[in-house]
Structure formats: C-alpha cells, structure tokens
Ligand binder design. Structure first.
Ligand code: 16G
Ligand code: MG
Length: 542
C-alpha cells in the first residue's frame, strides 16, 4: 500500500471538521453532501477487508428508504452477509479520523485484524438511483484504486442483487452467475418451475401492482419482466420518471402510515405491493369491497411462507427443524398464531437484519422477517442436500413436494432479504394454493398498533434488554411503561433508540386503535419526561 498516495488522495475527499458518524444498523447514513470522505475511506476499508478475508467484498451506495437527499454506504462480507461487528468498529474509527490520522488508523486496523498487506484485493460496487449515488460511488472507487485494489463496478443494482453478486463470486459461481442476467435467470427459472402446477381460475390470477418507491426496483423489475414469457403479470407504479424517491410511497411509507402510497391506482380486492428505495423490503396491501385499506406486513408474509413450507415438509415426511425469527415489532397476533396454531417455534432478536439473519442460521430452515417487510428464508447446507436427494429418490406427490422445495431454495436470496425474490415466492404460493389476498389476510387479525417518535437530547440514555422489549435505563422508565400497559387490554409497549435516526421509537399495541394510540402517546410522554425530551412535549394524535 502506497501510504503517501493515500494521504494525497484523502485530502481530495476531505472530512468536514467536527463531523462524527457511526456505522449504524445498516452502515453510514446521512445527508449526501457529508459523505464524500466516508465513501473514499470505505473504499480503503473494503480493500483491507478483502485482503484479510482473501475474498471479494461488496460496497453498496444507498440510503434505502431514507429521503432522496440522504445517502449511505455499507460493506458486504464474503458470504453476502452484513459486515462483521469488529469491522463495524474499524469503519467508524476510519470514517471519523482527522485527515492527519488516516494513515495511522489504516495501519492500526491492519495490525489489529492481522491483514496481510501483500494479498490481492477485489471489491464489487453497486448503487441506487439517488442523484448523489454515482459521484459517491466514484469516491469509493478512488479509495479502492489508490490502495491497490481491483474492482468491478456493477453500477445500478438493488441492495440484495449486490449481496447476491458477492455470494456468487466467493462460491466460484456455485450459487449462481455473478451477473444481473445470472440473477434473473436463476430466479425466473425457479419461479416458472415452481408455478407450473398452479391452477389459475381467472385471468387476474397473477396480476400484481407494484409501487417501486421511485427507486431502483422499477429498473430491475422492468429488466426482469423479459424473463417471464407468461405466468406473472406485473404492473409498475412510481417508477421514478416524475416522483421523488420514497416520497409518499414505498414500503416504509405504507407500513408506517398504514395507508396506500400515492401514484398507484387500486381497485377493490386487487393485490398490490410496495418495495422500498433499494428493493430489500416488500409490503402487500389491498382495499376491500367496502373501501377499507388492509396492510399485509412482514409478519403475515412470514406466516404464509412458514405454513407452505410446513405443508411441503409434511408431504415429504422429513422432520427438518423450522424456526421463525421476528423482532419486538412483530404484531402480537402473528406470534400467537405461529406458536399456537401453526406450532412453529418463534424467536425474537434485536432490530436489524444482521441479528435476525444470524439467529435464522441456527435452523435447518430459518424464516426471518421484520414487520417492516425485510426478510428471507435460509436453508442450511444439510437441509439443501437432503431436499435435493429426496427430489431424486421420492415418487409421485412426494417427489413433487421435494422438487417444489428445491425451487423455493433457489428463489429465496440466501444472502439477504430481497423484495424481488420474496415477491416471486409469495406470488407462487398464492397461485399454488389458490389463495386470494383476502384469504391470506384472514389468517389472523393484527392487533391495532401505533409507532411514534420522541426527540431527546441523547438517545443513548435509553438502553434495553430482552431483545429490546425492556428498558434498563433511564431509571424508572420501564416501571412507568409497565404501569401504563396495565391500563389497556391485550396491550404491550416498548421503546428503543433508533439505529438510523436521532430519535427514540415508541411502539404500542392494544385491543383497539384508540387504546393503541393512547398508550403510545402516554409512553411517549414518559420517555419525554424521563429520558431528557427536547422541544415541545408530545401531543396526542400526532
Ligand atoms: C435498517 C435495517 C432494518 C431495521 C431498521 C431499523 C438492515 C439492512 N436494515 O433499515 O433491518 O428494521 O434499520 O431502523 O439491517 P431504526 O433503528 O431506525 O428503527
Ligand atoms: Mg432497504
């Protein structure tokens, strides 16, 4: 590594003085104009990580569902997973180093992580459609080249596609071809095979309207459409030609406002879904005949998928262990349904995909979804081999079930939650089971819930335990929440500091919307009073 060259280039990507950023739940995220130095330095760090792991590392430039003016960057580890926690710390150190300290911090990281600087390095890069993304990804490339790394710039990609590319490259193409065509071919082949048996009673059987959040999902779905000659008819909305990214549309908007996005025409009982800005989340919804809006979130997606997988396993007579992983945000009704009716074990982890992904790897078949629509299904190598073997050995109906499982393994992105691949699995299951969106929705009824945000001077004064379901500090807060919760039926509430915004999040659910709203408000007041609220105190109905 030519340290003098690095110092010289680093000066061209100067850090605004006083700016401190954290590698958060999903990388660095803030206003795009503050990120040039972070991008350059993440290029440097990706090279070190690549040398250390002797593998291809990914760098994705995106701020997912954040407003268009924001941007962000995250590193993708060799098997397509999120960056290892110890390297998140290195990333934070490097991003916050003052100009004169960059060399020293780089050497420090190399020493601590035992990086062999003589190794080759290879990094792949992807970016979303934000106006700032192209220039920022050039800064990443500058960081890679000046530190002697090789790279391939994929240009515009969804986040899960970049994870897929990294995984393919580090498994010598065994997982698939590391190109967008390879991705489309793998998914569309599995989808077409899986749905071969599906019985469609009407023309509208597989008509799906997709709100693309004015983001990358629109471009990639349009490319992918060519791979389906028949079988699935998707109509795209909010494709980015007029509207702003994530503005009044997209999965995060629909989930948090519990209303449809702007810019989509919905007729009663039509199946619709929304992606987020980098296409790793998906949420379904519809209007019923009375004009009521119904949301089908990540919890109900997990339920549909788990019940189908359970049926197939029963058919092939194989007792592979299944586990469903959720977070504290999972609706209480979903957890009860999964445990009591479906009899599948459910586990709760902290918010953030890396936590769910990690837990899901403990099972033969680990199904994980956040309520916000981010998730996938992981199959262990043993499960995959068993299923492949059975697909050869078994006969008739059993063989068919094993073949279906094989296709499902191919359809689910094993490296990350992926809106496109989840959408295809869901559409296939609905077609195979002949289920309408209303029938799917009717599996259970969500408990009314409300999410609020509270501004405090320092959100880190709140610490939590029990997968974020209980507050440990500040003193008295958990007791106050417990007392409030007792006032309502079927109620539950928790608070946690956001990992992506400078606020505290409040979640409450109860037997009616009025109760959930009122509980959430009262808990917000408790947070404001006990955790150093700033500005105006929370008002009811906001
Ligand atoms: C990030 C996470 C998402 C999590 C969200 C929580 C990834 C890839 N994304 O978007 O899983 O639900 O943060 O945000 O891990 P919060 O901490 O602001 O509530
Ligand atoms: Mg996203």
């Amino acid at each position: 590594m030519d340290l003098d060259a690095i110092t010289k280039h680093s000066a061209l990507h100067a850090k605004p003085s006083g700016l401190i950023l954290q590698y958060g739940t999903a990388g660095f995220r803030t206003k795009a104009e503050h990120l040039d130095h972070v991008m350059f330095r993440m290029g440097l760090l990706a090279v070190l990580r690549s040398k250390q792991t002797k593998s291809t590392i990914g760098v994705m430039v995106t701020a997912s569902h954040n407003p268009e003016e924001d941007n962000g960057v995250k590193l993708v580890d060799p098997l397509g997973e999120m960056l290892a926690p110890s390297w998140e710390e290195h990333a934070t150190c490097l991003a916050n180093a003052e100009e004169q300290d960059v060399q020293r911090v780089l050497l420090d990281i190399s020493e601590k992580a035992a990086v062999d600087l003589q190794q080759d390095a290879f990094v792949v890069i992807g970016r979303d459609t934000r106006p700032s993304s192209e220039k920022l990804s050039q800064s990443v490339i500058d960081g890679i080249t000046v530190s002697g790394g090789q790279f391939h710039d994929y240009g515009l990609l969804t986040t899960p596609q970049l994870h897929y590319m990294v995984y393919c490259r580090n498994t010598q193409g065994q997982y698939g071809k590391a190109t967008t065509e390879g991705y489309y071919q793998k998914l569309s082949k599995a989808f077409v095979e899986l749905t071969k048996q599906a019985f469609c009673s009407g023309d509208e059987c597989l008509l799906l309207k997709v709100d693309c959040a004015n983001g990358i999902g629109a471009l990639k779905l349009r490319e992918m459409k060519n791979y389906f000659s028949q079988g699935l008819s998707i109509q795209l909305f909010n494709v980015g030609t007029t509207g702003k990214l994530n503005h009044l549309c997209g999965a995060d908007f629909v989930k948090s406002h519990q209303k449809p996005p702007q810019g989509i025409e919905m007729k009663p009982n039509e199946r619709c879904c929304s992606f987020d800005g980098d296409a790793d989340r998906i949420i379904y919804y519809y209007y019923d005949a009375d004009g009521h809006f119904h949301l089908i979130d990540g919890d109900k997606i997990a339920t549909l998928i788990s019940s189908f997988l359970k049926e197939l396993l029963l058919e092939i007579g194989e007792s592979l262990n299944i586990g469903v992983v959720q977070t504290a945000y999972a609706n209480g009704s979903s957890t009860r349904y999964l445990e009591d009716v479906m009899k599948v074990p459910v586990y709760c982890t902290k918010t953030g995909v890396k936590h769910l992904h990690h837990k899901a790897q403990e099972f033969d078949i680990g199904i994980y979804f956040e309520a916000n629509g981010h998730g996938t299904v992981l199959f262990s190598k043993t499960a995959e081999m068993k299923i492949k073997q059975l697909a050869e050995e078994l006969e008739d109906k059993k063989r068919k079930a094993a073949k279906m499982l094989e296709n499902i393994i191919d359809l689910f992105n094993q490296a990350a939650g992926d809106a496109i691949s989840d959408m295809l699995v869901i559409e296939a299951i609905l077609a195979l089971k002949g289920l309408t969106i209303q029938q799917w929705d009717a599996l259970y009824t969500d408990l009314p819930n409300r999410q609020l945000k509270v501004k405090v001077a320092d959100r880190q004064v709140i610490s939590t335990t029990d997968a974020e379901r209980k507050a440990v500090t500040p003193p008295g807060l958990q007791e106050a929440i417990d007392d409030l919760v007792k006032k309502y039926k079927l109620s539950r509430a928790f608070v946690r500091p956001s990992g992506t915004e400078d606020i505290v999040r409040v979640y409450a659910e109860a037997d009616s919307q009025e109760s959930a709203d009122s509980l959430a408000h009262e808990v917000s007041l408790a947070v404001f009073q006990l955790a150093g609220g700033v500005g105006e105190s929370p008002q009811p109905g906001l």
